[in-house]
Design a protein around this ligand. Structure first.
Ligand SMILES: *Cc1c(COP(=O)(O)O)cnc(C)c1O
Length: 349
């Protein structure tokens, strides 16, 4: 029995998946009378490819993995939900998270009636492997890690994640939504080494395609097949598959935009540090900065009133008085800086 066989919920293991017309006949024919589609041509009268074969071939070449190691979801959020449904028995199993972190792990667990064991990162937002080890129970089937972490912005230390991969017998998910902004190759090169590793990435951030809803899970083939078995058969529309395939040709433009955003991140951090109400700027490997100010709510409200929206994270663990600020265009960042400077002056006088 493989590690995955042992971890998968028995009902999922025994499930016979829905077999689409497109699963039963692959290839080209003259006449398709197998799927109850409307025969009159339009760009979308046929059902989409349930396994997104062309798109996966393209993603495989961009990411340097095998197509069988890719799951494509309607945003990474679909992959998060399916992982919990595949491996966690409702009212029995649990996931473990390291706070502060992305909110969807808890929400998806909650929807599925799966307990969430919450541990804390260290004050500089690194993994505390002792705390994690002592919080683990046999019920924990998945550990969700986010690197670079949202909302703190930093990469988690690779050697600590590897330590968890070697010691914990469940699934370790590393959410790399922001990896393109980090000076690090992340965990994709390691999926062949660890059967229980899942890497999540998305087109919503660096690729600038949040509106299309496309997220990816990378893992060994056996685990990917579990996700394919339980997803909705036609989870990615023909339109999205086509547009994403075109958009993945814009890799050079994406790389340029990422470089610009990284430069702006550095510049914004320097200039913010000169504003008196700013108390601390956390180091970022992502496209946002976590900034501690002297009064997060008042600063948020002032910016809001000036038509600038940031994210108030002051109610989040370890984030007292912190705002999360996405890096904008140079003009947007300058207006943010001018507005904050004005606010600091008003308060000083
Ligand atoms: C933005 C974000 C995602 C992206 O989710 P999509 O559903 O792919 O848009 C995933 N994880 C984290 C940590 C994020 O911040």
């Amino acid at each position: 029995m493989s590690d995955i066989d042992k971890l998968i919920r028995p009902n999922i293991s025994n499930l016979k998946p829905y077999s689409t017309a497109r699963d039963e006949f692959k290839g080209a024919a003259d006449i398709y009378l197998d799927a109850n589609e409307n025969p009159y041509p339009s760009p979308y009268h046929r059902y989409p490819d349930p396994l997104q074969t062309r798109l996966k071939a393209k993603i495989a070449s961009v990411k340097k993995v095998n197509p069988e190691q890719i799951f494509i979801g309607n945003g990474s959020d679909e992959a998060i939900d399916l992982l919990i449904r595949a491996f966690c028995e409702p009212a029995k199993d649990a996931i473990l998270i390291t706070e502060p972190t992305y909110g969807m792990y808890s929400v998806c667990a909650g929807v599925n009636n799966v307990e969430v064991i919450k541990t804390k990162l260290t004050p500089d937002f690194q993994l505390d492997t002792d705390v994690i080890q002592s919080s683990l129970t046999p019920a924990v089937k998945i550990i969700f890690l986010c690197s670079p972490n949202n909302p703190s912005g930093n990469l988690l230390k690779k050697e600590l994640i590897i330590r968890l991969l070697n010691s914990f017998q469940g699934i370790v998910v590393v959410d790399e939504a922001y990896i393109d902004f980090a000076d690090d190759e992340g965990f994709l090169p390691l999926i062949s080494d660890y059967q229980r590793l899942v890497v999540l990435q998305t087109l919503s951030k660096a690729w600038g395609l949040a509106g299309l809803r496309l997220g990816m899970a990378f893992a060994q083939q056996e685990l990917i097949q579990v996700l394919n078995k339980i997803k909705y058969p036609y989870n990615i529309s023909t339109l999205v598959q086509q547009v994403v395939l075109e958009q993945l040709g814009r890799e050079e433009e994406k790389v340029q935009q990422v470089q610009e955003i990284i430069q702006q991140r550095q510049k914004l951090a320097e200039e913010l540090s000169g504003i008196p109400l700013v108390e601390h700027i956390y180091p970022s490997d992502a496209n946002f900065l976590l900034v501690r100010v002297n009064n997060a709510r008042a600063t948020y409200d002032y910016l809001l009133n000036e038509s600038i929206i940031v994210r108030d994270r002051s109610n989040v663990v370890l984030c007292d008085n912190c705002l999360r600020i996405t890096i904008g265009t140079p003009e947007e960042n300058q207006r943010l800086l001018r507005t904050l400077t004005l606010f600091a002056q008003t308060k000083a006088s």
